[in-house]
Design a protein around this ligand. Structure first.
Ligand code: HEC
Length: 249
């Protein structure tokens, strides 16, 4: 392959707008930023206060979290940890799987350590934006992103409640079914919609960190590796090739 063709191919691959999975599924954009340490700290606070009672994050240790997010041991102990846990312990919970099965009718709250890697940040963001009131469900809540979810809307105090706006669909055989068009604000919460969106963004940002604590560093190193390959090694190798072949051509 000629060098021009190769460079052209590299250019095409780098420039083509990749259709991400989230665009294909109509998810909202989380717009998270792992380099925003304040956001990660706020997200850690929300996570510990609202999630760590049912969900564990057993692959993370409190002191690692403190070190990565710039939180001192004192603040860690007083604000993010409960009871007698040591800073070197992992983020586990007291509830057993058997208890959880009973409490939530069979649905078990999964460990959230790597949830951002399996679901993606946009999915998580959209999930927390699309809880709505549904009296037909055991907990009185449902979710547009996770149909018939077994988890309560734990952030309802902050967001308030949403209710669905339906559209009737007539089928060819005369049947009429209802389809949810969008969600509408029913009651307000402690936060304005913008503040709530910020809270969820921080929470999802934190879960992204949790899923791969080294991600930010990895991406920075990756940039320099590609930079080195393309702009330093490639020209040298190209010149070397010219030198080797100059007597033959
Ligand atoms: C009262 C207990 C409880 C609390 C508190 C709670 N959850 Fe859950 N969560 C559950 C249960 C139960 C499920 C399983 C739902 C199912 O499978 O239908 C679940 C499921 C989930 C899922 C979907 C997992 C999947 O299958 O992909 C995510 C994501 C999640 N929770 C995140 C959170 C976050 C983030 C918080 C804190 C803001 C939180 N949860 C707080 C009980 C809880």
């Amino acid at each position: 392959m000629s060098i021009r063709l190769f460079l052209l191919l590299v250019g095409v691959i780098l420039c083509s707008p990749a259709l991400t999975a989230s665009e294909a599924q109509g998810l909202m954009h989380a717009n998270t930023d792992l380099s925003d340490q304040d956001s990660l700290q706020r997200g850690a606070g929300t996570f510990v206060n609202y999630c760590l009672s049912c969900h564990a994050a057993a692959y993370m240790r409190f002191n690692r979290l403190g070190k990565d997010l710039g939180i001192s041991d004192d603040v860690l102990k007083n604000n993010l940890m409960f009871g007698t846990q040591k800073t070197g312990s992992t983020m586990t919970i007291a509830m057993t799987r058997e208890d959880a099965k009973q409490y939530f009718g069979g649905a078990i709250p999964p460990d959230l350590s790597v949830i951002a890697r399996s679901r993606g940040v946009d999915w998580l963001y959209t999930y927390f934006m699309t809880f709505y009131r549904d009296p037909s469900r055991p907990l009185g809540v449902n979710n547009l992103t996770f149909k018939d979810v077994g988890m309560p809307h734990v952030l309802w105090e902050l967001q308030g409640w949403q209710q669905p706006v339906y559209e009737e669909e007539k089928h060819a055989d005369g049947r009429i079914t209802k389809k949810i068009l969008h969600l509408e604000r029913e009651t307000g919460g402690l936060q304005t919609p913008e503040e709530y969106a910020g809270t969820v963004r921080d929470l999802v940002n934190f879960m992204d960190y949790l899923g791969e604590p080294i991600k930010l560093k990895r991406q920075q190193i990756g940039f320099w590796v590609i930079f080195y390959l393309l702009f330093i090694l490639l020209p040298v190798v190209y010149l070397l090739k010219k030198e080797y072949w100059k007597d033959i051509h």
